[in-house]
Design a protein around this ligand. Structure first.
Ligand code: ADP
Ligand code: MG
Length: 467
């Protein structure tokens, strides 16, 4: 039935659009007049719904009659549970089968295991890993920016709990692949060791479950549930900051797992030294294993990531356009993907080919939308120039007061205006450690309050840097 539908659709739209939007659809089952198809993402589903619903309906009605129903199985990106695919029903209206109907996709949370630890007889229940199979190692493009983290992840996947990388902490800025890599490790472990219980959970969700368990007097069940897991993956642990109760319970769970040779994988947007409001004893556990940084990808890696994404989406794009995008979108993999998604959407919508003009338009939008982050180099240049010294002087070991102040100001602005960690700021401004940078930031704060002349420096420099 689906093949017939496809050939009808193929005759009615452009080949590019067909390839992009219909080839990835997988028919799953046919029950009576209801055809279930699998689509790769929510975005994909929404796109079909918005642009091709009429065509789809005509195609289906031709095959299955006027009561034809199409059921989408959306394989969603972040939470995936293989036993309960999310389905979105699109009933065809009897009166007017061609009239598109607005259907909203149920929220992600619906498909997640709400309170897995209160399920009775849990010991016998299989725990859903909540892993996204698309976030695997094959799809995780290797580059200098992620080589260490990636190979540490591989090592852990080969011998979960059996390496010194326990916990493995993956840290780095937004959109650099922490969540993807964390899933990839889990997916690989599930593949190699199907009997191991793997669980992926976000810190927020973990926190919420803990709070619920306290409210419903099931705190012990909560703890027991987590202590049964062989491989625990907790995403974005920076969200635990300031949450003493959750940190405390996590500390106990962590100790239990670690002592029993179970693997813990954590991600965070900061290195452990830069994490704030996390209990010292927990921080020291984080440092037991390996902390591996994901850095912003270099040009070559960006090109490979784009090519990989295009290949997976079955889309061909001229090389010069790929290169243009890679040259101009630098900070973040999520944005690289965003540009590709927009390009495909735009080109398909307007039934146009990919052009460099289209790429420029879309890239411009992305660049404008992301507040430009200053580089530490640039900050050092502006500050040294303001104090009429060169960058080498600013970085030097001298204790001369005005030079020390300039250096502290550079550190202060680097902390305020970049996403770099204290440690990385320190290493770039004359090879200092994170404590020196922290001290500099505090000193600048204090001096700004007490010293008028100093306050003026800060104001002048703020203007120069943000102009
Ligand atoms: P983070 O959790 O660090 O914010 P994500 O893991 O969500 O970032 O990654 C953002 C997007 O970029 C995801 O779609 C992910 O698949 C993709 N991505 C990140 N790094 C890579 C990589 N090395 N190769 C391929 N895709 C990547
Ligand atoms: Mg993430």
């Amino acid at each position: 039935v689906w093949m017939e539908c496809l050939s009808f659709i193929k005759d009615n739209i452009k080949p590019q659009a067909y390839k992009t939007w219909f080839e990835p659809i997988k028919p799953i089952k046919l029950t009576g007049e209801a055809l279930t198809v699998q689509v790769p993402s929510k975005f994909f589903y929404e796109w079909l719904e918005e642009h091709y619903i009429k065509l789809l309906r005509v195609a289906l009605v031709r095959q299955l009659g006027k009561d034809a129903k199409l059921i989408y199985d959306v394989r969603m990106e972040n939470t995936y549970s293989s036993n309960s695919p999310q389905t979105v029903k699109i009933p065809s209206s009897n009166r007017n089968p061609l009239k598109p109907q607005k259907v909203t996709v149920p929220l992600e949370s619906k498909r997640e295991l709400k309170n897995p630890f209160v399920i009775p007889g849990l010991q016998k229940v299989k725990i859903e890993s909540q892993l996204n199979p698309n976030y695997n190692f094959v799809n995780f493009v290797e580059g200098d920016s992620n080589r260490l983290a990636r190979s540490a992840g591989m090592a852990v996947a080969n011998k979960p709990g059996g390496t010194s990388f326990n916990p493995l902490l993956i840290y780095g800025g937004v959109g650099l692949g922490k969540t993807h890599l964390a899933h990839a490790i889990g997916v690989e472990i599930k593949d190699k060791y199907p009997d191991k219980t793997v669980l992926y959970i976000s810190s927020e969700k973990f926190t919420q479950q803990f709070i619920d368990s306290v409210k419903s007097n099931t705190r012990n069940d909560f703890i027991h549930f987590y202590q049964m897991i062989d491989v625990l993956i907790i995403d974005d642990v920076q969200f635990l900051s300031g949450k003493a109760g959750t940190q405390d319970v996590f500390f106990h769970i962590f100790n239990h797992l670690h002592q029993n040779g179970k693997q813990v994988i954590l991600t965070s947007d900061k290195a452990p030294v830069d994490m704030q409001d996390i209990e010292q004893r927990l921080l020291s556990r984080f440092k037991w294993g390996l902390s591996a940084e994901l850095q912003a990808p270099d040009y070559e890696t960006r090109v490979s990531i784009l090519q990989n994404k295009l290949y997976r989406d079955g889309v061909e794009m001229p090389e010069e356009i790929v290169e243009y995008i890679a040259k101009n979108i630098k900070s973040n993999v999520r944005e690289l993907e965003g540009v590709i998604i927009s390009m495909i959407a735009q080109a398909s919508f307007n039934r146009k080919e990919f052009t460099i003009e289209l790429a420029k338009q879309i890239v411009d939008k992305f660049v404008k939308n992301t507040k430009k982050e200053l580089s530490i180099d640039y900050i050092q240049k502006v500050v040294s120039k303001y104090f009429d010294m060169d960058v080498a002087t600013l970085q030097s070991k001298t204790r001369k007061r005005h030079i020390v102040q300039a250096r502290q100001l550079a550190m202060y602005f680097a902390k305020r205006m970049t996403k770099s960690s204290l440690a990385s700021i320190g290493s770039q401004i004359g090879k200092r450690d994170h404590a020196t940078v922290l001290h500099a930031c505090k000193t600048v704060d204090n001096l700004t309050e007490t010293d008028k002349q100093f306050k003026k420096y800060v104001e002048d420099l703020t203007k120069k840097l943000t102009l």
